[in-house]
Design a protein around this ligand. Sequence first.
Ligand SMILES: *Cc1c(COP(=O)(O)O)cnc(C)c1O
Length: 397
Amino acid sequence: MNTQNIIDTAEQNLIHTYNRYQIVLDKGEGVRLFDTDGKEYLDFGAGIAVFALGYNNKEYNDALKAQIDKLIHTSNYFYNEPAANAAKALTKASGMDRVFFTNSGTEAVEGAIKLAKKYAYLKDGNTDHEIIAMEHSFHGRSMGALAVTRNKHYQEAFGPMIPGIKFAKYNDLESVEALVNEKTCAIIFETVQGEGGVYPAKKEFIEGVRKLCDEKGILLILDEIQCGMGRTGSMFAYQQYGVKPDIVTSAKALGCGVPVGAFLAREEVAKALVPGDHGTTYGGNPLACAAAVKVFELFDSLKVLDNVKEVGAYLAEQLDKLAKEYDIIKERRGVGLIQGIELTINPKDVIAKALDNGLILFSAGTNVIRFVPPLVITKADVDEMIVKLKKSIDSAV
Ligand SMILES: *Cc1c(COP(=O)(O)O)cnc(C)c1O
């Protein structure tokens, strides 16, 4: 099929939930993608913060191929070696005690919410517990995750939402305190808000919420689906704050392209779920877990965290410089390789021009261009991106 045929076939057959760019991506190599017409793109989106190791990593591909030839799926009624190893690697990396594997981020959030509710139920026998989430949050599209996602358009047609959800202002401890009552069982937020516009949590906020949770016996759920797995320069972003959550969610870069997510908890909390309480057919299957195991190995051997710290700081510096040059850039925010620039205009024209110039960027929130490249990018890639971005801004405004 030629490019137009592929687009037409997709448009005729897929439910129209996305306004897609008129580009058919065909293959990838390192931090570059190629479309079906052979055009090259420098990728500062990584499939929405997923492909941390870059495309076509031979060791990763070989590990998956070997697992495909061995065993792809078993069900959770049996053990499999990749799941055991992935669980060990993930608990070690996160400092949590136990993990449940899912197939996506939204399912990880569902599991986290269910775990928090069960834990609270075991304590007081009540079934009307409340959860506090944040303005501008994004936790996924399934009904539980959607209920804690503060976005009018995402929620409006799909009510009623699950009850007992309240929204506080992110980075505003008082607004959280004001919503706490004896029914509150959990507080959930992203350590760095991604979709909402790239807002890192302030240290006082995250410390304050942790203290509040400790005082009131409330569980702290940190959603690290986007900002975890090395993106901020530590395996999980909360590790830079010296704060430990009770429950953590992970996905996106965890499998680097193979769908795998997880929720993790400390022992006392994890114990609340017993056989029959929660389950999944695919979650934790050998193929997905073989991917996660190899991702952890490659994070070590490629020294990914060191690269994120170094190149992330460089990216921030270059974006700060750009912000001084261009009046339409209001602010740069971010940590490591999750960065955003807030514009005074809608970024959609800049992003379209960037595609023309061979650069993939995503937006976030209303006026933010988000930079979530593969974690293996170099300073030279950043330089190339900046040149292309300048050209795109110049022709868009
Ligand atoms: C992407 C994302 C999700 C949802 O993950 P899916 O795999 O798309 O279901 C949840 N929380 C955060 C913070 C995310 O960035």
